[in-house]
Design a protein around this ligand. Structure first.
Ligand code: FES
Length: 571
């Protein structure tokens, strides 16, 4: 066999991972022939390859700037001597998907992992942004374990409108709740609809997309300060160019996802999540990302960290600011500096530097949005895990977005059997409900066709909303938007559809919440529960397709809702 002069080195770029025709040299010959049809010179084809994950989509408004970001990443790769090759993957936009984007997070992760692993590339830049895209990309990177830089599209800017500032999506919820309560007219809500998301980018508050961008930075997948750069700033394009250059550097000196995702970096990321007052969804995603490297996020440990980590960032939905304020205030470098005494400082990032080397005292911090460690928004972290007879494997409460007066409460429950039941009855004037009751939604967890929607923010029954009730205790096995607020117990595990106790709750039962004791109890005696358990029937399983794979494989919230088959085999 003659090895042709123009064959790229086998160990890099297009010489990697030949298609399997039983003749490797022929496979590479064929690949070069086809690659040449794209007009590349031999010099370009010999270069190291940086794959660029392109999640641009006509359905994904949050990724509107992807084309220009891709051009900037390419510039960085080319200037550093590489060949940039973008490729499409599944793109998930939160409001565009039925039943939910969460239902497809693992599909995006599987697609991305497969393409990172199967195609000939030496490193990759992951371009994501909307809620589920960054988690899916980090899960994929963790499993594919090739050098990866995360680039986010960045948050939208808030809009000035009639004396206030608006941005998706806390303000969407605030206005909608006011409309439901009759405090805002139909004309006004229609006018506001066009003012909530007026620039490109992800939701402008500390929702899931923003939280996950900060977590990606905390895990080391992007350089310091890149998480919060607004989508429309020129700085965002420079970050994209730098991501391309960094990916090239990581080929020379590989820093693999398996190096970045460790017990220490995951614990740092949990601290960041708590200090941000970040999205509850991020806990599920971080659990799934860490799980891909065999690192467990323990909910008891979360509680210990939460008691020792103050909330330092004052953004909506728990505070007042928007992501552009966080960025201008100092962003993640300022936050990490405030948390420095509690962080593991030996962890690396994509630049190859330890956190100890990266931490520098910021010259300016706007204390309106990033508080000093000694003067926090709250002395304790934003999230707590609850355990008890209603949630043997745990549930989550975002205490920083909840009403403290409801933290220690025994209540009668009003139960909704699923989303349809909720939609049918919640505003029924004859619904027997008072502000002292707790609302329970079941059969909306990860195993159900509902796809674990962000429906945990059950609407206040309109007759109570009109009477001025703003918050009630609400409990479910689904999720809540990172931009929502209220005394809302989420992610109950095991879920109702898995045979968890939540599935046995009936209207009129009593439950007890104690945030102080971290308990959520169903106050029904065991004999009654046994009788209900005997009558309980497993919901039917979808016949085929992705829904069937999810029903067969998806794990519970305390395991990150990953597919069982995608987790590493633990020896
Ligand atoms: Fe994409 Fe909020 S809808 S980040």
């Amino acid at each position: 066999m003659v090895i042709m002069d123009n064959a790229p080195p086998k160990s890099h770029g297009l010489g990697r991972k030949s298609a399997n025709y039983g003749d490797r040299e022929f496979a590479l010959y064929l690949r070069r022939s086809f690659a040449k049809s794209m007009g590349y010179s031999q010099d370009m084809l010999d270069r190291p390859v940086v794959g660029i994950v392109d999640t641009g989509s006509g359905f994904n408004n949050c990724h509107r700037t992807t084309p220009e970001l891709l051009e900037a990443v390419k510039r960085g790769v080319l200037a550093a001597g590489g060949l940039p090759l973008p490729f499409p993957t599944v793109s998930l936009c939160e409001p565009s998907l039925f039943p939910t984007s969460m239902h497809y997070r693992n599909l995006a992760a599987l697609d991305t992992e497969a393409m990172l692993s199967a195609q000939p590339m030496d490193a990759a830049v992951l371009v994501g942004g909307c809620d589920k895209t960054v988690p899916a990309q980090l899960m994929a990177a963790a499993s594919a374990d090739i050098p990866c830089v995360q680039l986010v599209t960045g948050p939208m800017l808030a809009t000035r409108f009639q004396g206030e500032r608006l941005a998706a999506c806390t303000d969407c919820r605030r206005y909608w709740a006011a409309y439901r309560a009759g405090r805002v007219t139909a004309e006004r809500i229609a006018e506001i609809e066009g003012r909530l998301a007026t620039t490109a980018g992800t939701c402008g508050v500390m929702g899931t997309a923003s939280t996950m961008a900060c977590i990606a930075e905390a895990l080391g997948f992007m350089p310091a300060g890149h998480a919060s750069i607004p989508a429309v700033h020129a700085e965002r394009l420079r970050a994209a160019e730098e991501a391309g250059a960094l990916a090239m550097r990581m080929i020379e000196k590989p820093i693999l996802p398996s190096t970045l995702i460790t017990e220490h970096s995951v614990e740092n990321a949990l601290r960041v999540l708590l200090a941000l007052g970040g999205s509850t969804n991020a806990l599920i995603h971080l659990t799934a990302i860490a799980g891909r490297r065999g690192v467990r996020v323990d909910l008891d440990r979360l509680n210990a960290l939460s008691d020792a980590t103050p909330v330092l960032v004052d953004l909506k939905p728990t505070g007042e600011g928007y992501m552009e304020d966080f960025h201008a205030a100092g962003g993640m470098p300022a936050l990490l500096w405030e948390l420095r005494d509690a962080l593991h400082k030996g962890v690396l990032d994509v630049t190859g530097r330890t956190l100890a080397e990266r931490l520098t005292e910021p010259g300016f911090v706007d204390r309106q949005y990033i508080k000093a460690h000694g003067e926090p928004v709250s002395q304790v972290g934003g999230l707590v895990a609850l355990f008890g007879s209603l949630a043997p494997r745990g549930a989550i409460l975002k205490r920083s977005a909840a009403t403290e007066a409801l933290f220690e409460k025994e209540a009668r429950v009003v139960v909704f059997d699923g989303l349809e039941d909720l939609a049918t009855r919640i505003d029924d004037p004859d619904l027997t409900v008072t502000a002292e009751d707790a609302l329970v939604l079941k059969n909306a967890g990860p195993l159900t066709p509902a796809g674990m929607p962000e429906a945990g923010y059950l609407p206040i029954p309109s007759k109570l909303a009109r009477a001025g009730v703003k918050d009630m205790l609400r409990i479910s096995d689904c999720r809540m938007s990172g931009t929502a607020f209220g005394t809302i117990v989420l992610h109950v595990a095991p879920e109702a559809a898995a045979g968890g106790p939540l599935g046995l709750v009936e209207t009129g039962d009593r439950i007890r919440l104690s945030v102080r004791e971290r308990r959520i109890e169903l106050l029904v005696d065991e004999a009654m529960l046994q009788a209900r358990r005997a009558a309980w029937r497993k919901p039917p399983v979808p016949a085929r397709g992705w829904d069937r794979i999810v029903a067969d494989q998806v794990l519970q919230a305390d395991e990150g809702c990953d597919l069982a088959v995608l987790r590493p085999a633990i020896a």
